[in-house]
Every structure is written in C-alpha cells, then in structure tokens.
Design a protein around this ligand. Structure first.
Ligand SMILES: Cc1cc2nc3c(=O)[nH]c(=O)nc-3n(C[C@H](O)[C@H](O)[C@H](O)COP(=O)(O)OP(=O)(O)OC[C@H]3O[C@@H](n4cnc5c(N)ncnc54)[C@H](O)[C@@H]3O)c2cc1C
Length: 462
C-alpha cells in the first residue's frame, strides 16, 4: 500500500510533467517547452539501448519537421535513410514492390512520395539536444505513484502531483503520460478500458552491417497456408547498417526456445529461410540479438482534466503497420496543443477530451484491426494471396495517413467526426470480408490450424 503522498516534501514544482523520455515523451516536451511551459521529463533509464530502428509511414516526416528535424537534414546527417518503397517477399521466392503512384506528387495532390527509416540512437540524440536547448529538465527516476483528486469520478479527477520511487515529489498543472505500452502508467492507475488485437507477440532483432542495402523496407512473410503470420523486417537504418527483426506470436518463440534454440539462433534460423537474408547474416557483422514482447492494445478515455496519455502508453500498433512513430509524434503534437489551448482555464473541456479520445481510439482500432484480419489471420490471406492482401491493406492505410495530415482533424470536431466515420466504415468492411471468408471452405486454410492459440491468448476484436 502506497504511503499518503501529502506527507512527502515537495521537491519540484513546474508547469508540465512528461513521464517517459521515448519518442512520444521527448516530442511532447519539445512542443510544450516551445510554448513557454517549464517542463520536467521523467525518464527512468539513463541510457536506452537496443532500439529497433523504425520504418516510417508517409506522414512521419512532417511531424519530425515540426520538431525542427526536416527529412533532408536527417538523411544528410546519416540519422535516417530514404524509404522509397516497401517490398513484400514470400517464402516461395515471390517479391512485389509497393510504392505510391508518381501522379500523387503532382498538382493538385502535391504528396511527398519519400519517407524515412530511422537510426533511433541518432534520432533520439538530436531530439534530446533540442529539448535541452529549450530548457526541458530531465529527471532520471522512476515514477511510482500519483496524487489524484476526485479519484473515483472519471469526469473530474485531476492529478495534483507524482512521486518517484526515489522519493522525489513533483507538483505540476499538467501531466503527459508517455510511459510506453509496458508501463501504461495512467491506463493502469485509472483502470482505463482497453481493446487488444491478436495474441501477445515477440520481436527478436539485430543490427547487421551490409553494403547491399536499398532505399526501401523489405518485409519477408514466413507462414505457410493456414498458419498465423510470422514475418521478418529488413530496414536500412543508416548507410551500411540494417535492422533485421523477426516477429511471431509469443507461443511460437516459446516453442523454439523449448527446442533448445537461443534468441540469436532463432533469428538466424528464420533468416536462413530467405536467400537474401541468409547472405546478409553470413557476410555481415551481426550485433547481439535484442528481444521484447508486446500486445497490440488501445486504451479508451486517454485524456482527462489535466492529463493526456500519448504514444504507446495510449495505443500500441503492430510494428508491421509502420504507424507507431507517426502515432507517437501525432499524439504528442495534439496533446501539447490541447494543453496550450486550455492553459488559462486549467482544465481541458469535456468536448475536447472526447474528440482526442475518439481520434486515438479510432486510429488505433483501425490499424490493428485491419492488419490482424488481412495479414495475421490466414482466412483472407490464403484466399486472395499475400500480394493482394498487401495491396488491400497498404492503399487505405497510406491514404488514411495522407487524409489525416491534410484534414488536421485535431482543430475541428466536424473533421474529427468525419475522419473517424470513414475509418470505422473501412474497418467494418474488413470485418465483414473476414467473417465471410471464415465461413467459406478453402483448399488451404484449415480452420483448426487457423486458431493456434490458447483461449487466454486469443483476443480478437472487431
Ligand atoms: C519490435 C518493434 C518494432 C517497431 N517497428 C516500428 C516501425 O518499423 N515503424 C514505426 O513507426 N514504429 C515501430 N514501432 C513502434 C515505435 O517504436 C514506438 O511506437 C515509438 O518508439 C514510440 O514509443 P513511445 O515513446 O510511446 O514509448 P517508449 O519508446 O516505450 O518510451 C517509453 C519510455 O517511458 C519510460 N518509462 C516507463 N515507465 C516509466 C516510469 N515508471 N517512470 C519513468 N519512466 C518510465 C521508459 O523507460 C521508456 O523510455 C516498433 C515497435 C516495436 C516494439
């Protein structure tokens, strides 16, 4: 049982506290500091190691530019590489490239057709430098508890301060929770409702030196017909270094470990199934494999009177959607704007809270639902093939991000409602197609094989 917070001495008093110094937290700190807030960012780790290196979707570069990091500069400083296309490779040797049509770059669309792959160590260093320059203070301690007024009334509850495990007390007017999906501090503290898609998955990855890298992301699809999908990414995070990672349900990795394979062996054995990956791994220097597990989950009610949840603490999207970084930066931007707008009043209006909640939840459900039904589950994929499902997924996913960026729904309730309605309609269509495909007999998809998880692991939502 935690001791009463009032009995602890107040050590810091500030305008805004951001919990978590990952991408979402650092971005939110920068936005707030730029708007004149005194910001304390609390990050438990002094050094963040083994960061994946991400493949970004087409909306992320604008969000980085808004933080003072335009994409040309990121590429010229070798913090990032260009991503010009996505290649999907199947286990039988098939390959297909997916890229936005050239016509989109022309008037009236004027869409930027390039995006980026990130070297996260270098990106984080740039962002930390910006934050420091703007006067953001970083406290390397672990947040342990919150002092909350009106705890049991979700409409009025208000955070007064927080206490770290080290005993420091911080009081502030505004709080942003960017503690990531594992911690989800406020989601857990306030017992917010959440919706999860698919089983808990594991990721194993390494960085590999290679001279044969291309300006694009390659996704290698591992499964046979009837199986839940496993896949491998190849992302050039800086010239000459690629991130290679394997994603599979936790139960599959557990089985491979039980058969006596180490984390490194599991990754190498999976890469051996594709000639190109086998070659890279044999010829390059492979760093020690890192591993993590995650559940694709979106919380509801992630904005309160004086607190907002951002990034993966609010919604963890599956890595294959390439939407994690965009979501983190977008949440950070929208949350900071809300706080700036309601600074004088001291409380975010119920209306603005509901719209933020609606946008975060709808986008989270949209990506996770589509990817689960079109890719991970075999019902549709086996009937229409990998490459067709990839096209069905990439077109709406890509368009949705373009439309979101252009519409700027955060500034208007009409646009928020419009975009969430469009997304919900597309999600409904995918759900219907999935239901129809599950009922149809298939030469390849065997229904008992399609559901390889224990009841506890099986979480399918619309
Ligand atoms: C395997 C994998 C591959 C991915 N690939 C891609 C990709 O290709 N493209 C893409 O766009 N996205 C990808 N993502 C998602 C992307 O990396 C994240 O969405 C992004 O990094 C945003 O994270 P965040 O800042 O919300 O959380 P995090 O990076 O998890 O940051 C949370 C921070 O909070 C700190 N913290 C937690 N609890 C406390 C506490 N109690 N007190 C103080 N500090 C605390 C943690 O130490 C951590 O530093 C991937 C994710 C995974 C797991």
């Amino acid at each position: 049982m935690a001791e009463p917070l009032q009995e602890k001495p107040i050590v810091f008093e500030t305008d805004a506290v951001v919990i978590g110094g990952g991408l979402a937290g650092t971005a939110a700190s920068i936005h707030l500091a730029r708007n004149g807030f005194r910001v304390i960012c609390i990050e438990q780790r002094r050094e963040i190691r083994n960061i994946v290196g991400e493949s970004l979707d087409w909306s992320a570069p604008d969000l980085f530019a808004d933080l003072g990091l335009p994409m040309e500069e990121l590429v010229s400083k070798e913090v990032a590489t260009w991503k010009r296309h996505i290649t999907v490779a199947s286990i039988d040797g098939g390959r297909k490239e997916f890229l936005p049509g050239e016509w989109l770059a022309e008037r009236p669309w004027n869409v930027e057709l390039r995006t980026l792959h990130l070297d996260r160590d270098r990106t984080d260093a740039c962002l930390r430098e910006t934050a420091q320059r703007l006067g953001v203070k970083t406290l390397h301690e672990r947040v342990a508890d919150f002092a909350v007024m009106d705890e049991h009334n979700p409409k009025t509850r208000r955070i007064l301060g927080l206490r770290t495990q080290q005993g420091t007390f911080v009081r502030a007017s505004w709080f942003i929770d960017a503690s990531g999906s594992d911690a989800s501090l406020l989601g857990k503290r306030f017992e917010l409702k959440s919706v999860a898609y698919g089983p808990r998955k594991a990721a194993i990855w390494s960085h590999v030196t290679t001279e044969e890298w291309v300006e694009g992301t390659t996704l290698y699809m591992v499964p046979s017909p009837g199986e839940y999908m496993e896949w491998i990414w190849e992302i050039p995070i800086r010239p000459g270094v690629s991130s290679i990672g394997y994603i599979a349900p936790g139960s599959s990795v557990k089985r491979q470990r039980a058969a006596g394979h180490s984390t490194h062996e599991i990754l190498v054995r999976q890469c051996d199934r594709f000639d190109r990956l086998q070659e890279i791994v044999e010829q390059g220097h492979v760093s020690q494999a890192a591993t993590t597990s995650f559940l694709c989950r979106t919380y509801e009610g992630v904005c309160g009177t004086n607190w907002v949840v951002v990034g993966e603490a609010a919604s963890q999207s599956d890595p294959i959607t390439g939407n994690g970084v965009t979501a983190a930066l977008r949440h950070a931007q929208e949350a900071s704007r809300l706080i700036c707008r309601y600074r004088q009043r001291g409380t975010i209006s119920i209306w603005a809270r509901s719209l933020y909640n609606l946008r975060v939840a709808t986008v989270g459900f949209y990506f996770n639902s589509l990817i689960e039904k079109l890719f991970y589950q075999p019902m549709l994929r086996d009937r229409i093939g990998f490459f067709s499902t990839a096209r069905i997924y990439t077109v709406p996913a890509w368009l949705m991000n373009v439309v979101y960026t252009r519409m700027r729904p955060a500034g208007s309730w009409v646009r928020s409602v419009a975009i969430t309605s469009i997304l919900n309609t597309i999600r409904m269509c995918a759900w219907l197609a999935f239901q129809v495909a599950s009922l149809m007999p298939s030469g390849t998809a065997n229904r008992s094989q399609c559901q390889p998880f224990s009841t506890r692991e099986q979480i399918y939502a619309l």
